[in-house]
Design a protein around this ligand. Structure first.
Ligand SMILES: C[S@@+](CC[C@H](N)C(=O)[O-])C[C@H]1O[C@@H](n2cnc3c(N)ncnc32)[C@H](O)[C@@H]1O
Length: 414
């Protein structure tokens, strides 16, 4: 069966969840487009922008089926560059992003800006200016144990998350994020048992008596020391430097939005916020300029209802594919992927990280079956079955460099 290269502006994934959109775009250039499409619609925004570290960050990829401890099975790709010509250039980009975020939020919306001590003072003032000092809610300290030990100053063991509302009528539900009551934190209180046998702690302060039942939930304060940074061997790790823990984003998503609400991340990186939103029944809007971020997020969200928009990839690799027709289904075979020699020496399907089979309808690819390589499943299936539906049968490959290519099959009877 004949197969030829085709172009796609969009991917439309069926799947579970409330639905989402993944955009490969750069800020602030995409601000007008985003405001036109989503202005005043977003319930909560989490931003984890570059911190102006002066460093470059990478993505560590696992490649192929070989023993992944061997050097042949690893690839390091650029993720993003956090070097800026000047502090002013960095702050100009941030001003654009924060102004856009303000325009995207609903009137009862909120924003969480994740930063560290480097740019904190500048960004706190910028947030006051754009969101209004009267809409400041918290300066959350995320304290962790990872990282090195300093000898010339105290070791830096926290990030800062600035929490602001768009207006006084904001939505916030702390009851959605209970935490276990810490035994040691109530040691200084008197322990009592009531007539029903329930234990409680009590303390007098400022002429009032405070009572805390042991079986009632506690809620986080503004110091979060119960969420650890991702350890080297953490199964959540995607390989994308600066990835944040799922638990951190889940807490934010749960307290600041309701099921069905739109949750946005304008620097979505490996897609942690989008994953937390999707798994909790929220819609998501994820933006990142990096192709690597787009690839990791796509893989992480496979199986979710989502759309993906990205500029076309420059890929000259040769794709070998075939299709068998069954009763009511097609079996699409990915027979080979011959990458440009200058990209390296890859065997078989080793250069393919993900692939999907589905249908081309207009300018959009609709995948109905997906495969992705993972540490748990290093072997990529070479055949996918899809139902016979309208559109031109099509397959997409996403290679280890994040480049997408689409190939169409001639339909039966044409
Ligand atoms: C700290 S990382 C985000 C990590 C993310 N929270 C996670 O859990 O994986 C910052 C991200 O901002 C993206 N970025 C940097 N400058 C950008 C810009 N001007 N427009 C859009 N994305 C940008 C980078 O590509 C990077 O993925």
């Amino acid at each position: 069966m004949q197969v030829w290269r085709c172009d796609c502006a969009r991917e439309v994934h069926l799947g579970s969840g409330a639905g989402g959109l993944l955009l490969q775009r750069s800020l602030p250039e995409c601000a007008d487009e985003l405001l036109r499409r989503f202005g005043g619609q977003v319930q909560t925004i989490y931003l984890d922008p570059p911190f102006n570290t002066g460093e470059r960050f990478d993505m560590k990829m696992r490649v192929g089926e070989a023993d992944w401890r061997s050097s042949r099975a690893r690839l390091t790709l650029p993720a993003y560059d956090d070097r800026w010509p000047s502090e002013t250039a960095y702050l100009d980009m941030m001003r654009g992003a924060l102004t856009l975020a303000h325009g995207l939020l609903r009137e009862d919306g909120t924003i969480f800006l994740h930063i560290d001590a480097r740019m904190h003072a500048h960004l706190r003032l910028m947030m006051d200016e754009i969101f209004g000092a009267e809409h400041f809610l918290n300066e959350i300290i995320w304290a962790y144990q990872t990282g090195g030990r300093a000898l010339k100053h105290f070791s830096r063991k926290h990030d800062i998350i600035l929490f602001y509302a768009k207006s006084r009528k904001y939505f916030f539900n702390i009851r959605a994020v209970p935490v276990p009551r810490a035994e040691n934190r109530s040691n200084h209180m008197r322990r009592c048992v009531d007539a029903d046998g329930r234990t409680y702690r009590t303390i007098r302060s400022g002429g009032r008596e405070y009572v805390y039942y042991d079986d009632e939930p506690a809620y986080p304060g503004d110091v979060w020391d119960d969420v650890s940074h991702l350890q080297q061997k953490d199964p959540q790790r995607t390989g994308y430097d600066t990835q944040k823990p799922f638990k951190l984003l889940e807490r934010i998503v749960l307290c600041a939005s309701r099921p069905g609400d739109l949750v946005c991340d304008l620097f979505c990186g490996s897609g942690t916020t989008l994953d937390a939103a999707a798994r909790n029944g929220r819609r998501f809007l994820g933006v990142d300029r990096s192709l690597t971020a787009q690839t990791v997020s796509r893989k992480r969200l496979l199986g979710c209802k989502m759309e993906l928009e990205a500029p076309p990839s420059d890929v000259k690799a040769r794709v070998f594919a075939s299709m068998a027709v069954g009763i009511g289904f097609y079996t699409v075979h990915l027979d080979g992927y011959e990458i440009e020699p200058e990209r390296g020496n890859f065997e078989g399907l080793d250069a393919v990280d993900q692939w999907s089979a589905g249908f081309l309808r207009g300018d959009a690819f609709h995948p109905y079956a997906n495969a992705a390589r993972s540490k748990q499943r290093p072997r990529l299936p070479d055949a996918l079955e899809i139902p016979v539906l309208s559109g031109t049968p099509c397959l997409e490959t996403v290679d280890v460099f994040g480049r997408r290519a689409y190939h169409c099959f001639a339909q039966q009877g044409r």
